[in-house]
Design a protein around this ligand. Structure first.
Ligand SMILES: *Cc1c(COP(=O)(O)O)cnc(C)c1O
Length: 371
């Protein structure tokens, strides 16, 4: 059977390996496996959320409130915007998809950083659009602007702030200076999946959705409950923009696109700011240990404003081999070989998980690897 031609060259997204798969393929006991591959919160989620979801379980037979009134109200209050400025998705992934499908098509182009969140390209390719990428791995706004000015048909620009999988983050003032030069017909998607982390570490990185809405008619800001809030398994994210952007996005939304339990979890998660703050604090304390570890062993890392760190190696080591050997010991991390880098991305885990990673990694690293 023939399918739409855009699907021919489209790769399926490869998620971080689940623990279940490592149990099956390597015969390692699930309790001995640590997953530092998908930037989940290693501390779990707020206990308040767990209790609320358990109480809500008896309502699984009911569709959720499709207006998502309570969640939108809470988010609106948190970010000082109106509820009409908010779209809720099954993960912010779904909002990325809405944004791209609302704007991109085979007659225009989508611009993104060379090494950034893989889903931008996948969603964009679904529309038959042309993908443009900057040359540098990390976000470089001069390069973005140069490409933008050289084309008159760029429909969507992605800025991942902070960026996954490298962890770097542009300063807010530079982002705004860039946005000032972009035509209001171009949709700029600011992916703030790690904004809680970036803003915690450095206030110069903080992007407030309220400011973005006030200043820019063409910017869609994205946030998620999957990272700092520890709710990756619940699938909830949001987009914040002017109503003229939110309205068309909502036309792409399936009814009841998040579950009754998800809705409850997200609402309650917003009540436990302390949980989030503690997670952020521990994250950066632990990250310092990774930086010291890299210096001790003599390899590079990228300064990170997220809950993961990218470790990169010289030619004497091979990130694929390191990743494979770690996996055999039950440690799942992300090899960045697929991005053309000799590097791995490690999610900052609990203190125990990080200690175990460093111990096993050191043994592997000090072995001569290149075969
Ligand atoms: C994790 C992540 C997301 C969103 O994930 P969801 O679980 O779909 O909310 C979006 N962008 C980036 C860069 C991410 O790392």
């Amino acid at each position: 059977m023939k399918f739409n031609a855009v699907l021919d060259n489209l790769k399926t997204y490869e998620a971080g390996k689940p623990i279940e798969l490592v149990v099956r393929e390597y015969g390692i006991d699930a309790k001995d496996i640590i997953k530092l591959a998908s930037n989940e919160n290693p501390r779990g989620c707020s206990p308040l959320v767990q209790e609320a979801v358990c109480r809500e379980a008896s309502k699984m037979n009911l569709y959720p409130d499709d207006s998502m009134y309570e969640l939108k109200e809470k988010l609106a209050k948190r970010f000082n915007v109106k509820d009409t400025n908010i779209a809720i998705g099954a993960g912010s992934d779904q909002i990325i998809s809405f944004g791209v499908h609302a704007k991109a098509n085979k007659n225009n182009k989508v611009l993104m950083a060379h090494t950034t969140f893989a889903m931008y390209e996948i969603y964009a390719r679904q529309t038959g659009t042309t993908i443009l990428k900057t040359k540098s791995d990390q976000h470089n706004l001069d390069e973005f602007l140069e490409i933008y000015n050289a084309h008159d048909d760029i429909a969507v620009i992605f800025l991942c702030l902070p960026n996954n999988p490298l962890g770097e983050c542009l300063d807010r003032k530079d982002v705004y200076a860039f946005l000032d030069q972009i035509d209001s017909e171009t949709l700029v998607i600011i992916d703030g999946a790690y904004q809680e982390y970036g803003a915690f570490k450095d206030k110069n990185k903080e992007i407030k959705p309220q400011d973005v809405i006030e200043k820019y008619p063409n910017v869609l800001y994205l946030g998620t409950f999957s990272k700092a809030y520890g709710l990756g398994g619940m699938r909830c994210g949001y987009g914040i923009a002017r109503e003229e952007i939110i309205q068309p996005l909502l036309k792409l939304r399936a009814p009841f696109n998040i579950t009754t339990l998800t809705l409850k979890a997200a609402i309650v998660a917003l009540d436990d700011e302390k949980f989030v703050q503690n997670s952020l604090k521990e994250n950066f304390e632990q990250m310092k240990l990774y930086e010291a570890f890299a210096q001790e062993l003599g390899f590079d890392f990228i300064e990170s404003f997220t809950n993961f760190i990218t470790l990169s190696f010289d030619d004497s080591k091979n990130s694929s081999e390191i990743s494979e050997k770690l996996l055999k010991k039950g440690i799942i991390i992300r090899n960045l070989g697929a991005y053309g880098m000799n590097a791995i991305r490690v999610t900052i885990g609990t203190p125990e998980q990080n200690a175990r990673f460093m111990k096993e990694f050191k043994d592997i690293y000090l072995d001569n690897l290149v075969s």
